[in-house]
Design a protein around this ligand. Structure first.
Ligand code: SF4
Length: 462
């Protein structure tokens, strides 16, 4: 009872306790697998900084995920809940008495809204708390609120290096993924590209473990050159170019091959070459958006004559501005280097995407979410000469439903084939025939209008 006699029946402390930004050292850091290559390269980067990081097996704990969710949560929440429960249960069985939940830190970033991504880790906290033996597993939650700052997770003087190396790993993983999509539709023998990407991921993991903390990025790029040169030899030059299909959508679904039922492979089976939106695009967007917000706030505080706040805003503008400039310069440099070996698809600039939205006047960065990237991303694909676009997302996903509602009439006007592919964990019997029909339309478009120029030609024309 409190002093007023009212009894406190609900406490929300359990939701926020053991969730936050913690020191990653001396813990086993558990990374959920979203896009396979990216997860493994990030874990390798962490390991090079002395953090014991590992990527958890994914999609094996879906029964557990379903048992501990109600069906109303986003599909990625169900999958990641299953992943962490499956891992912890197996780990406690394996170690028996020696198992100690405090040894683990589950890495689950969040966004500050407005959709449900900010709630995954709170919800998963409640679930972990319902198992007494898992209550002390901490959840390491980096947030978009500060542009995924890594402050506090290792010694302060190494935070900047870790951030740079982690960002580097994101770009390299994007390029490896893009090399797979560039090569696989034209491989000399079936299976060569899959084998190539698995081996490449492993040797890149070694490179990041060895060179990441030393910031020997040249060493990593030398390895990337070797990999891409090998990849080029898998392409059969006798196979003519195929219709080019762009993918946008919710980041987890579009990169998690189990969750999207291997959509890219299915599209390829029906004759496509595919380019998926990158992971770096989202990282750049979070930095870009913090910078944009700081500018808006600065103008407002200037008008309201609040000098202390203006000073704080200027500090943020400088900080986020420098970070964005670094990220973009780094990204450009790595892509240029990759293009000297293989013409992987180039990436969209966030400022360019915002410009498209302003031009078309159909959505605003002020409204936030992934729709800010997907809507202009679709238009960019259309303008660049892609032959079709697919929007992939979890069933009921808020930003992707907005995207779909806005772009459908536009795509009709532009006469570009467009397909929505919402997923949950069920198999929809009509899915494959829908994709086949879409690919028929994309092929018609390709036959009539041709397709986008190869990236290298674009780069040299620039
Ligand atoms: S983007 Fe979609 S799936 Fe992801 S948290 Fe938001 S609403 Fe859920």
């Amino acid at each position: 009872m409190d002093e007023g006699g009212a009894k406190k029946v609900v406490s929300f402390r359990g939701v926020t306790e053991n969730v936050g930004r913690y020191n990653f050292q001396n813990k086993t850091v558990l990374i959920p697998e979203m896009n396979r290559v990216g997860g493994h390269l990030l874990a390798a980067t962490f390991r090079s900084f002395g953090i014991h990081a590992k990527v958890m097996a994914t999609y094996r704990g879906n029964d557990l995920g379903k048992e501990y969710t109600s069906g109303k949560e986003c599909y990625p929440c169900l999958i990641t809940t299953g992943d962490i429960l499956y891992f912890m249960k197996r780990e406690s069985e394996r170690l028996g008495e020696a198992f100690n939940a405090e040894d683990y830190l589950y890495f689950m970033p969040e966004s500050d809204g407005p959709c449900r991504f900010g709630m995954y880790n709170k919800y998963q906290r409640i679930i972990l708390n319902s198992f007494p033996e898992f209550r002390n597993v901490r959840i390491g939650a980096l947030t978009t609120e500060d542009g995924y700052s890594l402050a506090g997770i290792i010694e302060q003087e190494r935070v900047g290096d870790l951030r740079k190396a982690s960002y580097f790993s994101v770009i390299v993983a994007d390029i490896l993924d893009r090399s797979l999509w560039r090569i696989r539709p034209y491989e000399k023998e079936p299976g060569m590209a899959d084998d190539f990407i698995e081996r490449s991921m492993r040797s890149m993991e070694d490179a990041f473990e060895r060179y990441g903390a030393r910031k020997d990025f040249e060493g990593i790029l030398d390895k990337l050159d070797e990999i891409l040169e090998e990849g080029k030899t898998i392409i059969d030059p006798k196979i003519p170019p195929k219709p080019l299909v762009g993918i946008v959508g919710e980041i987890y679904l579009r990169t998690h091959v189990h969750a999207n039922q291997d959509l890219i492979r299915v599209l390829e089976r029906y004759g496509a070459e595919v380019v998926n939106a990158s992971i770096a695009e989202w990282i750049n967007y979070t930095t870009y958006d913090r910078l944009r917000e700081a500018k808006v706030s600065c103008l407002l505080n200037l008008k309201m004559l609040k000098p202390a706040r203006v000073k704080e805003d200027l500090r943020k503008i400088l900080g986020y501005g420098a970070e964005l400039a670094y990220q973009q310069a780094r990204q450009k440099k790595i892509y240029k280097r990759a293009w000297s070996s293989l013409d992987v698809a180039e990436d969209h600039r966030v400022s360019h995407l915002e410009h498209i939205l302003e031009e078309e006047d159909i959505y605003s960065f002020s409204a936030g979410t992934e729709a800010c990237l997907s809507i202009p991303g679709i238009i960019a694909y259309a303008r660049e000469g892609f032959n079709g676009v697919v929007n992939v997302y979890p069933f009921t996903c808020m930003p992707s439903t907005i995207t779909s509602a806005i772009v459908k009439p536009l795509m009709n006007k532009l006469k570009i084939p467009y397909l929505d592919t919402p997923y949950d964990d069920s198999f929809q019997p009509g899915r494959e025939s829908t994709i086949r029909t879409f690919m028929y339309q994309a092929t018609q478009h390709f036959n009539r209008r041709g397709r986008k120029m190869p990236t290298r030609a674009l780069a040299s024309a620039a």
